[in-house]
Design a protein around this ligand. Structure first.
Ligand code: ZN
Ligand code: ZN
Length: 312
């Protein structure tokens, strides 16, 4: 019994350490995480480029010709409205992604010249950085920095999400979900014409094993086979981003980070409206139209509206 308890305690300590990034990772673990970090960023750029070019130059023009019932329409004609809409979604997604990447959310007491470097109420101490850190800040072993109001590390962004870049990250998720679902709709229409309706006796033609068999036998064109793969890939990205977007909005409205939600602790809930402003600034809705940064009411270091510890 004591042995099992020991194993559980050691497992909990490992999870706690991983979540808080208190201790440095082993060199092997760090190499794997850094590789995952680079691969995630590469995957994002490759998939975004494929989604944009395939939708803009293959799928939308094809669907446009079918819609207009005119196979003679060529690329010199007016750009279909769907191309403009997708370009706006992907452009907004990319700009918010870049702003989330380049907006530093790291905490360095020396550089920021913080007078309370010796620590204050609710402050912690980061062993790897050897500095006192403000409430809600945590160390990230992948970024190798302390992060203000650390939300989590995103491997597709290659950086941590924290106090100053969370707004850009959430808007990026919003447009990533919209772009994917919009591209998915058009890929679905394309395959509808090529394969047939998905809800029909030809439903099994949409299954990858059957499509692979047909492709090997030469009865399914390579372009359409690749499009089927892209359809599933885009579906997963769209659903994943939608889920993450709603999860982030729910956490923001409750004034929590993922870590605080996992620990079932509410410390910084100032009401849904103020919580939104803490992340996006006063006119939060502008952030969903323009990729600009608005002044946030809190600096990420002093959390003056700290409430007494409440547990569910
Ligand atoms: Zn640190
Ligand atoms: Zn990080």
């Amino acid at each position: 019994m004591g042995k099992i308890e020991g194993i559980i305690n050691s497992f909990e300590a490992t999870c706690e350490n991983f979540a808080n990034r208190v201790l440095p990772l082993l060199p092997g673990q760090k190499r794997i995480l850094l590789l995952a970090n680079k691969s995630g960023v590469a995957f994002y750029f490759v998939m975004s480029a494929i989604m944009f070019f395939v939708s803009t130059f293959v799928v939308i023009p094809f669907n446009h010709k079918i819609e207009m019932n005119d196979p003679t329409i060529d690329s010199s004609g007016p750009t279909p409205t769907s191309t403009w809409i997708l370009s706006f979604f992907i452009g907004s997604m990319m700009l918010n992604y870049l702003r989330a990447y380049f907006t530093s959310t790291f905490y360095d007491a020396g550089k920021l010249n913080v007078p309370t470097a010796e620590g204050g109420k609710n402050w912690g101490y980061c062993v790897p950085c050897q500095q006192y850190i403000p409430p809600r800040a945590h160390h990230c072993s992948v970024c190798n920095h302390c992060v203000l109001k650390r939300e989590s590390h995103c491997f597709f962004l290659g950086k941590c999400i924290g106090h100053t870049n969370q707004g850009f990250f959430v808007v990026y998720l919003f447009y990533c979900a919209l772009s994917s679902l919009f591209a998915l709709l058009h890929m679905g229409m394309y395959l509808h014409h090529v394969i047939g309706p998905i809800v029909s006796l030809r439903m099994h033609h949409y299954l990858i094993p059957f499509a692979t068999y047909r492709w090997i036998m030469g009865s399914f064109a390579t372009t359409d086979y690749v499009m089927l793969f892209l359809l599933y890939n885009t579906l997963m990205i769209g659903l994943g981003c939608s889920f993450l977007f709603f999860q982030q909005i729910s956490l923001i409205l409750q004034g929590q980070t993922s870590f605080e939600a996992a620990k079932r602790v509410i410390l910084y809930d100032s009401g849904a409206h103020m919580n939104l402003q803490d992340v996006f600034g006063r006119y939060w809705w502008i952030r969903f139209i323009l990729p600009i940064k608005l002044p946030q009411p809190v600096d990420g270091i002093k959390w003056s509206r700290v409430k007494d510890i409440k547990r569910y």
